[in-house]
Each structure stands twice: as structure tokens, then as C-alpha cells.
Ligand binder design. Structure first.
Ligand code: PLP
Length: 472
């Protein structure tokens, strides 16, 4: 089978897709049965498929298209840089202008605590870099036995061997003999799921104390670092109580262990600050970034290196035997600079903090009145709620019903990309979204919730009380 673009139609593309294209995180047998949706173009917060269907992309692609689709200046930055210098490496005592400019700019955005940036092409690679960097740091300081990295259940840190090991996804650990050694996990700070009746701030302190328990169990002299996403993304948008991160910071300081924040989603404005840690009250030694740094227009990732680590590596570390062919890729860095220009010129980060973020929070609080919606919560422009069978009594649906997937299918059918993580429905719309567009998005979410409720009722799956409530 060959793809003839002149005559290709959707089913032709789907057939070839299924014959030759192996997708990430996909059950191919079930995909083949219905065929992949072919996305053909995009503009602003919308994407279109090959059938001409317009879809509101409330996930910014995969949490990355922060400035929205169709930004010409990013395209021009790439084209100009490709003509001038499409590629050169930084291995052999060479450098390039976009990489230098971008490193300087990111350090400025990160703040006083930071001095350097190490570039990669993705979040996963950047977390591999983190592991190598913190172990090299401790070895340089004469403590090579400090190797263990503590992470959290349901964390997502990428899909390489090390990224997936750092992550806390059971499904990923179940394949391929993961996690790799010297990576351990603690429970996530999921208040609504774990302890909904406990005072939220008290729960935040208690959830942070699990880190101290783990440090003592492993032995403080063996722990290199703790890693966490400021707000867990792929794990279901878990927004921690405000007491959590300051307490994590205090515990890391107490034992001298390094703190890594994986800012791949939270970085570049998502929470209303340049980095999520700036909002949530901690000062990580290392920050992972990717996704939003180029708004996904071209792959780029990296690690912002704090002064504490940079000083040791630079003054005593010697050769750091680590790097990627595309570290500091000039085209990717040029696109990132143009992307940051847009974020700054349009004041998008402040807009999330002061305008669209609070507006989304208000709208999500209203969504909380829907009979299916429990624990609706937002932080900047990430938001989530849990689909509950009986929220008054905090009764979740039986997992086997896959209610999240049911709801997601209604979203797809109604022109809305909203993602399901188990029974949690999550969104992370482009930062360019306006209040009017937020209203449109909320209307679509309500429509899909109603359709889900109707389907559940038709299967007799809602509690009697809720049936009554809905009839009233
Ligand atoms: C997406 C993501 C990653 C992995 O990034 P890739 O570019 O897919 O390798 C790592 N950490 C977090 C928090 C992410 O959301």
C-alpha cells in the first residue's frame, strides 16, 4: 500500500497508518478496528480533522502548545535559522548564538538561584540528564553512595528507561523490567482521592512527611535527590495542598538532598508563573523543561541548573561525560526564543495568573454542581475533576466500567479534546485562550457530562439518589 496524496482520503490514510505507523502508548489492535483520527490543520485553540470537523483542543496538543497554533513568528524564526545555520553541535568547544541567548534568557526567567542550562530534545532525555547530573554531583563531592532518587506514585517523567523508572506509572513499570535500580517511590499528595475529609493543609504536611519516612528508610546518606512535578500532569492533574511544597523543601534542606522539579508541563506559564515552583513555594536545585519552551512547534528540552549544582560541576566536576547530538540545537533554540517573545509581548503568563486562571477556577467551581463531578480543582490553566458515582458519599465508579473513557468518547464526538486519566477528566488549554473561549469550552464540557450521565443512567449505573436529584 502506498500513500497517494492526490487521491488519499481518510480511510486510505487510516489503512496505511495501521499497516506501518506504530503509535506511542497505543493498543494497535483496537485502534485498527476503528481507525486513527487524522488531524490535518490547526489554528489558535482549534484543530481540524480530515473530515473537516473542528475540535477545541483543551489539552494544548500534549500539554505543549502554550501560545496556540498558527503563530507565524515561530515558523519564521525556524526558517531564518535553518538558512543561516541549520545545525552545529556544542561538543568540541564550539557553541551557537541561539543556544547562548536562550540559556541566558531561561536563567533570567528562572531567577537568582540558577546559573546554567543544559539542553536536550525532550522531557525524557532531560530527566535522564538529571539522574546523571545529580549522581555525578555527589560523586564529585566524594559521596558516590548517594545514588537513590525518590519519586512519587503516578508521577510522569517520560518514557525512556530512566524517565519511566522515575515515573510512578504501574502500567509502564509492568513492561520491560522497570524501574531501574536506586529509584524508589512515595505516595502522591492526592487529597480528594486519599483523604477527602482531612483538612487540606494538614494533609499536605502529612503527604510531605512520607518523603522524610522514605529518606530514613533508605538512609539519608544514600539519597541523592527527590523529584516531583509541581502539579502532577499525566497522573491526573493532582494539585497539591499549598502546604506541600514548602514542607518538601524543608525536608530536602534538612537532609541536604537535592530537589528536582519536573517543570515540563508547569514551566513556561502554565500555572501563571514562568515556573510552577515559583508559584508553589520551593526552590529546586534542578528544573526539567520541554513542551512549552517551544510550544511544541519543534522538539526541545533541558535542565535549568541551580548555582549549588553548577558550581560543583564546573569547578570540580571535570568532564561531564554526557550530552546529545541535538543539545543546543540552533533551530530549536531560535524557535524557543520566538516563543518566549510571544509569551512576554502578549503578557500571557500574567494573564493566566490574574485573568484566565481565576476565571477558569470560577467556572470549574460551577461545574462542581454537576451530579457527576467531584473534587473539581484548577491551578492556572490546568484543571481536573473526578467522575463520581455518588459524590455525597464519595463513592467512585467501578474501575472496570471505564467511565472516564466513556466521557472522553463523548468529548471526541462533540468537538472537544479533554483527556481521561482513570475517572479523572483533565484539561490544559493553550494559554492564549480567552474568557469567551473558556465559556465555549465549559459549555462543551457540560454537554459531554450530560451525555455521559445519560449513558450511565440508561445502563442503570447511577445511584438512586442521583437519579432523583437529576429528575428534580
Ligand atoms: C511529557 C512529560 C515528560 C516527557 O517529555 P517527553 O518530551 O515526552 O520526553 C516528562 N515530564 C513531564 C512532567 C511530562 O509531562
Amino acid at each position: 500500500m502506498t500513500l497517494n496524496t492526490a487521491t488519499s482520503n481518510t480511510s486510505n490514510i487510516q489503512a496505511i497508518d495501521s499497516a506501518h505507523y506504530m503509535h506511542p502508548f497505543t493498543d494497535h489492535k483496537s485502534l485498527a478496528a476503528k481507525g486513527a483520527r487524522v488531524i490535518t490543520k490547526a489554528d489558535g485553540i482549534y484543530i481540524w480533522d480530515s473530515q473537516g470537523e473542528k475540535i477545541l483542543d483543551a489539552m494544548s496538543g500534549l500539554w505543549c502548545v502554550n501560545v496556540g497554533y498558527g503563530q507565524k513568528s515561530l515558523v519564521e524564526a525556524a526558517a531564518t535559522q535553518m538558512q543561516e545555520l541549520p545545525y552545529y553541535n556544542s561538543f568540541f568547544q564550539t557553541t551557537n548564538v541561539p543556544a547562548v541567548k536562550l540559556a541566558e534568557r531561561i536563567v533570567k526567567l528562572a531567577g537568582d538561584n540558577y546559573s546554567h542550562v543544559f539542553f536536550s530534545s525532550s522531557g525524557s532525555e532531560s530527566n535522564d540528564t538529571n539522574i546523571r547530573m545529580v549522581r555525578h554531583y555527589w560523586a564529585t563531592l566524594g559521596q558516590p553512595e548517594r545514588k537513590v532518587i525518590i519519586s512519587r506514585n503516578n508521577a510522569y517523567h517520560g518514557s525512556t528507561m530512566a524517565g519511566a523508572s522515575l515515573g510512578g506509572m504501574g502500567g509502564m513499570h509492568a513492561q520491560g523490567g522497570l524501574p531501574i535500580p536506586d529509584i524508589v517511590h512515595i505516595e502522591q499528595p492526592y487529597h480528594y482521592g486519599l483523604a477527602p475529609t482531612e483538612d487540606k493543609d494538614a494533609f499536605g504536611i502529612r503527604a510531605a512527611s512520607w518523603l522524610e519516612d522514605k529518606i530514613l528508610e533508605v538512609g539519608a546518606d544514600k539519597v541523592a535527590a527527590f523529584i516531583g512535578e509541581p502539579v502532577q500532569g499525566a497522573g491526573g492533574v493532582i494539585i497539591p495542598p499549598k502546604t506541600y511544597w514548602p514542607e518538601i523543601q524543608r525536608i530536602c534542606d534538612k537532609y541536604g538532598i537535592l530537589l528536582i522539579c519536573d517543570e515540563v508541563i508547569c514551566g513556561f506559564g502554565r500555572l501563571g508563573k514562568w515556573f510552577g515552583s515559583q508559584l508553589l513555594g520551593c526552590k529546586p536545585d534542578l528544573m526539567t523543561f520541554a513542551k512549552g519552551v517551544t510550544s511544541g512547534y519543534i522538539p526541545l528540552g533541558g535542565v535549568v541548573v541551580g548555582k549549588r549544582v553548577a558550581k560543583v560541576l564546573i569547578e570540580q566536576g571535570g568532564d561531564f561525560n554526557h550530552g546529545y547530538t541535538y543539545s543546543g540545537h540552533p533551530v530549536a533554540c531560535a524557535v524557543a526564543l520566538a516563543n518566549i517573545d510571544i509569551l512576554e509581548k502578549e503578557g500571557l503568563v500574567d494573564r493566566v495568573l490574574n485573568e484566565t486562571g481565576p476565571y477558569l477556577a470560577q467556572k470549574f467551581a460551577e461545574l462542581g454542581h454537576h451530579p457527576l463531578v467531584g473534587g473539581a480543582d484548577t491551578c492556572g490553566l490546568v484543571a481536573a475533576f473526578a467522575l463520581m458515582q455518588d459524590k455525597e458519599h464519595h463513592i467512585a465508579f467501578d474501575e472496570s466500567l471505564e467511565v472516564g473513557m466513556m466521557c472522553r468518547n463523548h468529548c471526541f464526538a462533540n468537538g472537544l479534546i479533554m483527556r481521561a486519566v482513570g475517572d479523572r477528566m483533565i484539561i490544559a488549554p493553550p494559554l492564549v485562550i480567552t474568557k469567551v473561549q473558556i465559556d465555549d469550552m465549559i459549555a462543551l464540557i457540560l454537554k459531554c457530562l450530560d451525555a455521559t450521565l445519560k449513558e450511565l443512567q440508561s445502563h442503570g449505573l447511577m445511584g438512586n439518589e442521583l437519579l432523583k436529584m437529576n429528575a428534580a
